[in-house]
Every structure is written in structure tokens, then in C-alpha cells.
Write a protein that binds this ligand. Structure first.
Ligand code: SF4
Ligand code: SF4
Length: 496
């Protein structure tokens, strides 16, 4: 099944003994010239790459104070060493968060600290050589920017920010990653990660309307580019066709239908994902975000709601207003932006929709907290809403729900293994190995509570689990969308 060793699922998680360099070979394909240039980066490695990279490092630590603080404040306490799923799954010590940071930190020290300039050996400072660059390319693409390590670091050092900076430096010298950069280029050209043009999108939505009518006998619309709608729904393009994502999209449509609130998708902003974050480029993140503003203005909507996508929600929640605001043309009664989970949860609280839990009686559910939602955003009016709301929506839609062990959920959640721009076949080994801690937690609830399905609210998590679950002996369709459960349970026509 695989040309690499698949980790064994143990009864209790075991911290592995280190094996130096076992993942040094893992590197994603390099972006082609045309995709580099579409993003404003050099097409290939520039001649004076060392100097360009060093200058860029100085610019980034000057611009982002958090980065400089993270680089200067690590005390090597070791608290983060066993917290990364990629270390737990691979046993390569460079996948320990502190070691990953040090790949960048030792170069930063060499050029930007007094001790590193004059006594490099004493402080572990290193020149930026081709070998160092190779290590960067390998190990900064073995970090899903999940931020789990930062929760356990007494100084809150966020390795994700260092990985983002490293990737931006590499892009600026012409060594970008194919998967992310090709996708961002597609968003600029066509509007979404999949390169799905407007006629194909319209056709897909029409097909889904027919499917819902065949299934329920009710005409539920999935409108596209409808001017004057109240809500613009921005959702990951995976929702338009892939399983189990599309079942979630049908769930959103049914919820809007029952709420009586008009909504529309946009062909211009037909993508919630924003891979600008994965490559650490605020400039590209801004360009992608502006498409949402343009669509909202053009369609004259009053609210913007995001579908089930983890990193899209992080970008939206944390950055949308600064990158693409002000959104003073929207209805001030609602937060900008809102998550579909907030919308559905509110309707459930107000009893504005009816859910028949028994429709999901063939499943025993658990819930996977997605990293970017759990550790980098909030949801709803209460602290911890990002943990509470999805669980409340699931519990309102089904009769059987069990959480995975406490140290693997909420803000201690383990990454699916495919986040942060790693969801590509050329990185399958690290994706499978990095999924180990989540698979162990899933095994626990399968064996103890008879769990049959795991729900998630992130397009990347859903795609990643569909691929990696079979490596660990689980069925690929045991991952479901939260709004798929809502879709099964919602009673249509009840509120009209
Ligand atoms: S951010 Fe996540 S993937 Fe990256 S080093 Fe920390 S725990 Fe590992
Ligand atoms: S937990 Fe924080 S301070 Fe300790 S080694 Fe890790 S990054 Fe450094």
C-alpha cells in the first residue's frame, strides 16, 4: 500500500526514540517559474540568493515583532519537544518544534545578533549555506503550522510563524512550493483552488439542487451571483464536488432554505481557502481576501458567512477586516465575518429549524477540532465557542456522540497531518506519519464507545482523513462534515 513504513497504532501514545535524519528526504515539488511569477516571486533560484534571503530575514523580523521575540526568547526548556505530531509520527529530531525553529534561528543569530556575528560557534550560529537551505525546504514543509507546540511553550513561541517566515524567504529567492503557489495562481486566474470556471460551477450547483429535490421532494436553491441576497456564503471549493464536503454544502443550503434568509455564492469569490497564509505572504493573503470584498460589494449583500474551512476561518476571523476592510457597507447587527456554525447554532437555539436526530442513528460520532479553528480563532459570543458550537450542532443532530481523550481535543487538538499547505501527494509519507496521534485517539473511542464516524469542520482535514484513514485500517468514509449531519437531520418545510 505504501513505500514507507506506516506507524503502528499503540494502545497508549509512546514518545519515540530519536532517529536522526529519517525524514530529510521528504520535500515537496518546487513551483514552476510561471506560478512563482504569478505571485510576484522570482521564477527560479536567484544568483545572489544568500544575500537576498538574509536581507529578507532582516526585513521580516523588523516588520513582525512577534517573529523577533520568538527568535530571541527560546530558553531550550524542551517542553515542546514531544508535542508535534510530526515528531511523534516520524521520530526525526528536526521535527521537534524547537529544532525546527533552530534551523531558522541559527541563521538569524549569525547575521542579526552581536554574539552570532563575532562568536558564531559559541551561540550555535551558522552561515546560510546550500545545505542549510535544503534543510529549510525539507523541514519547514514538515510543519503544518498547527500551533500545538505554542500551547505548551511557557513563552508562547509560535513555530508556525517561524515556518511561515522561512517559506516567505524561500519564495523570495525563487524556491517556492508547487502545491501552494500553483493553487494561489489559480485563484487569481479563475477564482478558486480547483480552477473551476463559472459555467462549470453553475452546472454543479444546478445538479446539487436536483439531487436534493430527488432526495427530499423539496426545491432547495443553491444560488450563484444573485444580486441583492442578504448573505454571501464563501466556502472552500472542495465543497462543490468532493465527498464528504459536498454533503456539507447541501446542509448549508437546507439551513438557509429553512431560515428563509436569502443567500448566494459568488463565482468571483468561489473560494474560502487562502493559501497566502501557508506561504507566509501577507501580500498574497490580502489579494485573495480582496476578492471577497469585491464580491460582497458587487452583489450588494448585508452579511458574509464562511463555510466549513479551518484556515479560511483563521484568515477571516483574524485578518479579514485588516486585509480587506472596512466592511462598513455590511449590516452592523452581525459580526464580520460569521461562521456557518454560528448561523446554524443560532437557528437551533431559537428553534427556528427542526432537527430529527434519529436520521443519524446509523452513526456514533466523535469530533475532530481543526487546528486553525481551535487555536487561532473563536466562534460565537462565549469564550471557547469554537469548541462548544460545533459540538452543540452535532449533538442537536444526532443521538450518539463521544469526545476523544481530553489531551487530544480543544486547544490540545492534534493536527490531521495535512494542514499548512502539505495536502499534496508528493508529501504523502509525512501526511500519513503525522496523522498518527489523531488516529490513536480515534482508535480509543472506536474501541471504547463504538464510534463509527468522525465529524470535522475543515476542508483540509476532511480531504486528509479520506486519504489517510485507510492506512490505519479505518474506512475512508468514516469522516463526515458537520453540516452533513445537519443535512440528514433537518426537517424541511417545517418552518414555512
Ligand atoms: S506548529 Fe504544529 S506542525 Fe509546526 S512544529 Fe508546532 S506542533 Fe509541529
Ligand atoms: S517550549 Fe518554548 S522555550 Fe521551551 S524549547 Fe520549546 S520553543 Fe523553546
Amino acid at each position: 500500500m505504501a513505500d514507507f513504513e506506516i506507524p503502528e497504532l499503540k494502545e497508549y501514545p509512546v514518545i519515540p526514540t530519536i532517529q536522526e535524519g529519517v525524514m530529510a528526504h521528504s520535500k515537496p515539488f518546487v513551483a514552476k517559474e510561471e506560478f512563482q511569477q504569478a505571485l510576484g516571486f522570482p521564477g527560479k533560484l536567484v544568483d545572489n540568493w544568500q544575500q537576498v534571503a538574509i536581507d529578507k530575514m532582516g526585513e521580516l523580523s523588523g516588520k513582525y515583532r512577534s517573529l523577533a521575540v520568538f527568535l530571541d526568547s527560546c530558553v531550550k526548556c524542551g517542553a515542546c519537544t514531544d508535542k508535534c505530531h510530526y515528531y511523534l509520527g516520524t521520530s526525526d529530531p528536526k521535527n521537534m518544534p524547537v529544532a525546527r525553529q533552530d534551523l531558522y534561528r541559527k541563521v538569524y543569530r549569525r547575521y542579526y545578533t552581536f554574539a552570532g556575528k563575532y562568536f558564531p560557534k559559541l551561540v550555535g550560529a551558522t552561515d546560510l549555506t546550500k545545505e542549510v537551505l535544503d534543510d529549510w525546504y525539507s523541514y519547514f514543509h514538515q510543519c503544518s503550522q498547527c500551533r500545538r507546540c505554542s500551547v505548551f511553550c511557557p513563552y508562547g513561541i509560535d513555530t508556525a510563524e517561524i515556518s511561515m517566515a522561512a517559506r516567505e524567504v524561500m519564495d523570495c529567492i525563487g524556491v517556492g512550493q508547487k502545491y501552494c503557489n500553483e493553487i494561489i495562481a489559480k485563484v487569481y486566474k479563475i477564482g478558486n483552488n480547483l480552477g473551476l470556471p463559472e459555467p462549470a460551477l453553475a452546472d454543479t450547483l444546478e445538479g446539487l439542487e436536483e439531487d436534493i429535490e430527488d432526495d427530499t421532494g423539496v426545491k432547495v436553491r443553491l444560488p450563484l451571483d444573485e444580486k441583492g441576497a442578504e448573505v454571501l456564503l464563501v466556502t472552500p471549493s472542495a465543497d462543490f464536488f468532493a465527498e464528504p464536503h459536498v454533503d456539507g454544502l447541501m446542509g448549508y443550503a437546507k439551513v438557509f432554505h429553512e431560515s428563509g434568509i436569502s443567500w448566494t455564492l459568488s463565482s468571483h469569490a468561489s473560494e474560502a481557502a487562502n493559501f497566502g497564509m501557508f506561504i507566509g505572504s501577507y501580500e498574497n493573503m490580502r489579494k485573495v481576501s480582496l476578492r471577497i470584498r469585491e464580491a460582497a460589494l458587487d452583489l450588494g449583500v448585508k452579511r458574509i458567512i464562511f463555510g466549513e474551512c479551518g484556515h479560511a476561518w483563521r484568515v477571516a476571523y483574524s485578518f479579514l477586516n485588516t486585509l480587506a476592510g472596512p466592511f462598513d457597507f455590511l449590516d452592523p447587527k452581525y459580526p464580520v465575518p460569521q461562521h456557518i456554525m454560528e448561523f446554524t447554532y443560532d437557528l437551533i437555539q431559537r428553534q427556528a429549524i427542526t432537527l430529527d436526530k434519529s436520521a443519524n442513528d446509523d452513526m456514533v460520532l466523535t469530533f475532530h477540532d481543526s487546528c486553525n479553528v481551535a487555536r487561532a480563532s473563536r466562534m460565537g459570543p462565549m469564550p471557547g465557542g469554537q469548541f462548544i458550537l460545533p459540538r452543540e450542532v452535532i449533538k442537536a443532530s444526532c443521538n450518539h456522540f463521544y469526545d476523544m481523550p481530553q489531551d487530544t481535543i480543544h486547544d490540545a487538538t492534534f493536527c490531521c497531518g495535512g494542514g499548512g499547505g502539505l495536502l499534496t501527494d508528493d508529501l504523502m509519507e509525512i501526511r500519513v506519519k503525522g496523522a498518527l496521534p489523531r488516529m490513536e485517539a480515534l482508535k480509543h473511542v472506536v474501541e471504547n464507545y463504538g464510534v463509527t464516524h468522525m465529524a470535522a469542520i475543515c476542508a483540509i482535514c476532511k480531504s486528509q482523513f479520506t486519504k489517510v484513514l485507510p492506512y490505519y485500517g479505518f474506512k475512508m468514509d468514516s469522516i463526515v462534515s458537520v453540516h452533513q449531519l445537519v443535512s440528514n437531520a433537518i426537517v424541511l418545510g417545517n418552518k414555512q
